[in-house]
Design a protein around this ligand. Structure first.
Ligand SMILES: C[S@@+](CC[C@H](N)C(=O)[O-])C[C@H]1O[C@@H](n2cnc3c(N)ncnc32)[C@H](O)[C@@H]1O
Length: 278
């Protein structure tokens, strides 16, 4: 069959399964499997064994498995990261967290990324700023394995620790951090039920829904700043839609100063930053 015929059939299958932008996804999957762009080469003959492999990935996508898990890759801040079902697929809006950290981190800063998942934020910082001394933590050992493989493949250095929020860090790090980033789980359990099947059925629930509720989780994060940051050190957290005001209030009530929020490209207040008093 030609690439055009295969993509047309696949697009029908994906559309019937409710996949948004089915035609585009069908073309992307063919390019991933066969290295053929069906728009540029519509009459390219696809060998039967490649067509079989394509049918298999189209079936996975029709079951609403995210494209990034099928290909095992996601671009983030110019890096190609390995992703699998143990890690959240890094989102474009999280690049703002990296941009703010790059703007605030002093030269040689002791920098920590809590809730690192695939290592996206920490590795983007390491790639941009070789002067930073980077640590990354997560409660999930499987996620840390993905982060470790990403670091090794990209030739970037990270200290990695498993554990619950700040408790993952060695005691000797107390009061030494110049800057800490965190993209915490921040979806409420009730909202999780309404998420797309790609997210709800495939991404780790632990990466999205904090058992104690997002406000309590964020409170634990912010409350640790006084203990783990250096005087004058920065805490930066990503927040969900509608959470910025309450999050900023939490920063202020926990004694952080210079508290500001920053908007993502969709105009949503997405990153809250604040500083431990000098
Ligand atoms: C929203 S994901 C962020 C992943 C990555 N930083 C990113 O932006 O793509 C949240 C991460 O927090 C981790 N996590 C959940 N609860 C945690 C806890 N109590 N302590 C540390 N990490 C936690 C999850 O395993 C997940 O990797």
């Amino acid at each position: 069959m030609t690439s055009m015929e295969l993509v047309a059939d696949a697009a029908d299958r994906l559309a019937a399964a409710g996949v948004p932008a089915a035609g585009r996804e069908a073309r992307l999957l063919l390019r991933a499997v066969a290295s053929v762009d069906a728009r540029l080469h519509p009459l390219a003959e696809i060998p039967p064994e490649v067509a079989g492999a394509y049918a298999a990935v189209v079936e996975r996508r029709a079951r609403r498995e995210p494209y990034a898990y099928i290909t095992g890759r996601r671009e983030f801040f110019g890096l190609s990261l390995e992703v699998d079902r143990h890690v959240l697929i890094p989102r474009p809006e999280t690049e703002l967290l990296v941009e703010r950290a790059l703007a605030l981190a002093p030269r040689g800063a002791m920098t920590c990324d809590l809730c690192t998942g695939s290592g996206a934020v920490a590795l983007a910082l390491a790639a941009q700023r070789p002067d930073l001394q980077l640590t990354a933590t997560d409660i999930s050992g499987e996620a840390l394995s993905v982060a470790e493989r990403n670091a090794r493949r990209l030739g970037l250095r990270l200290r990695l620790f498993a554990g619950d929020l700040w408790a993952a860090l060695p005691a000797s790090d107390r009061g030494t951090l110049d800057l800490c980033t965190c993209n915490p789980p921040y979806v409420d359990a009730a909202d999780w039920l309404g998420l797309d099947p790609e997210v709800r059925s495939w991404e780790p629930r632990q990466a999205l829904v904090p058992p104690e509720g997002w406000g309590c989780f964020l409170h634990r994060l912010v409350a640790g700043a006084a203990e783990w940051l250096k005087p004058g050190g920065w805490l930066l957290a990503e927040v969900g839609v509608g959470q910025a005001l309450a999050a900023g209030d939490l920063f202020v009530r926990n004694g952080l100063t210079e508290v500001r929020s920053h908007h993502d490209l969709a105009g949503i207040p997405r990153v809250i930053e604040g500083r431990r008093v000098r």
